[in-house]
Design a protein around this ligand. Structure first.
Ligand SMILES: CC(C)(COP(=O)(O)OP(=O)(O)OC[C@H]1O[C@@H](n2cnc3c(N)ncnc32)[C@H](O)[C@@H]1OP(=O)(O)O)[C@@H](O)C(=O)NCCC(=O)NCCS
Length: 191
């Protein structure tokens, strides 16, 4: 349910007031990762516009934190109205933390949330040459179908069950405890 990630990192959902740390994380991505994340080269201004304060009302964002700094994220956003059953997911892990299992854990959490929100159709922006994201999606073959022939992969998420809802709630309660511990660690850290 709760796993310690590389370098003692932890994964939890972002809170409403944390848009700025998500924006800073996306701005730190190296050029290749930024291109893969947004499906093309984008400017800093584009990222700032993407992460305005309303994003936290709309999206569920899981973050991977190391020493209180956001180093990876998974953004899940409904497409159209909240009840259309369609959503879009996008993933970003800063270069130094790539290939350590962070993306896999973020995708697993995102699929659970999508399932519990009644998402039937999950769209992932993925460039055709993005082998790592494709490998990552293949690990979840049982849960999703992914079409690599096109730039956009489309997946169908399974239906929620009482167990999947409880799994998400348990993960969230661990996350709150972690966030508090993290804040205390930073508070007591010598400057
Ligand atoms: C794509 C991304 C989210 C994956 O996250 P990650 O933490 O690097 O992925 P993981 O370590 O969980 O690896 C997932 C799988 O990718 C494959 N993989 C890992 N490193 C790889 C590499 N260097 N080359 C090719 N495949 C690789 C493996 O199959 C791995 O699964 P395994 O470890 O069970 O064998 C991350 O690399 C990233 O942010 N890239 C830039 C942005 C991006 O491409 N976003 C996706 C589009 S929205």
């Amino acid at each position: 349910m709760h796993e310690l990630m590389p370098d003692g990192g932890v994964i939890r959902k972002l809170w409403l007031h944390e848009a700025h740390i998500y924006r800073d994380h996306l701005l730190r991505l190296d050029m290749a990762s930024r291109r893969s994340r947004f499906g093309g080269a984008v400017s800093d201004d584009h990222i700032r516009r993407h992460v305005d304060d309303s994003i936290m009302l709309d999206a569920v964002i899981h973050g991977f934190f190391v020493d209180g700094v956001l180093r990876g994220a998974a953004e899940l956003r409904p497409i159209g109205s909240r009840f259309s059953g369609e959503a879009e997911a996008a993933f970003s892990v800063e270069k130094a933390w790539q290939s350590h299992g962070v993306g896999s854990e973020l995708l697993s959490r995102t699929l659970l949330v999508a399932r519990n929100r009644g998402v039937k159709f999950l769209r992932m922006l993925c460039l055709a040459e993005n082998r790592r994201m494709q490998q990552l999606a293949r690990k979840f073959d049982a849960d999703l179908r992914f079409d690599f022939g096109s730039v956009i992969g489309e997946v169908t998420a399974p239906r929620p069950t009482p167990i999947s809802v409880v799994r998400e709630a348990l993960t969230d309660s661990f996350s709150v405890a972690n966030a508090m511990l993290d804040a205390q660690t930073r508070f007591f850290k010598p400057t």
